[in-house]
Ligand binder design. Sequence first.
Ligand code: MF3
Ligand code: CO
Length: 251
Amino acid sequence: MIVLKSEREIEQMKEAGKVLAACHKEIAKLIKPGITTWEIEEFVEEFLKKHSATPEQKGYKGYKYATCASINDEICHGFPRKVALKEGSIVTIDMVVNLNGALADSAWTYAVGEVSDETAKLLDVTKTALYKGIEQAKVGNRIGDIGHAIQKYVEETGFSVVRDFIGHGIGASIHEKPDVPHYGLPGKGPRIKEGMVFTIEPMVNVGSYLSKMDTNGWTARTIDGKYSAQYEHTIAITKDGPVILTDQDGE
Ligand code: MF3
Ligand code: CO
């Protein structure tokens, strides 16, 4: 069942999204060679506390941390660690913020110092793919239109789209219906309706789209060891089109 949200609920999720966007903007300033993802984790905990918000991922299905911090070939659900980030690496920081019971979810991939041309292209393509998906998130379209736009664009660049992890509805809890794959066929899947709130969060790989699970039971990696990037926004569907609740360019 897809739970539609009221304007008031969407406003509250937008407030959570503002805190999350502001947190990402601070993380962007912190990322440099030598910093550890454990320090980012501690920064996020402090930042959320200061803004009267809480990290929804902590304790979710047994996950222990406020952030997922996925480095290089890690696709998603990397654990924050006390290992220094190296020049040329990339790191995806993903988190869900709870502000007065309202949730927002956003992931962003950061370059550590100077990265290779191929890595810079990966980040650019992945972010553009997210916005291509968002463009399709409008009343009258179907969920398949989002995934199709993302997959078509990404595959034209020579990169691949992860199949094993997808976007999702979000509301009272992190994961609700609908499922939002980042691949698929136009005109397929549930109709997009006013009041839906869901994430679009393409994970894009330099090589194969296949993933393998780490022995920690959480972290997914690329099977070929090549880099993977991800950008994620929480989107509300209004009659005037998609509204990005986790936009970093807003006020
Ligand atoms: N933020 C993730 C997403 O985009 C959810 C992480 S689940 C957790 O779907 F268990 F790792 F917290
Ligand atoms: Co997320």
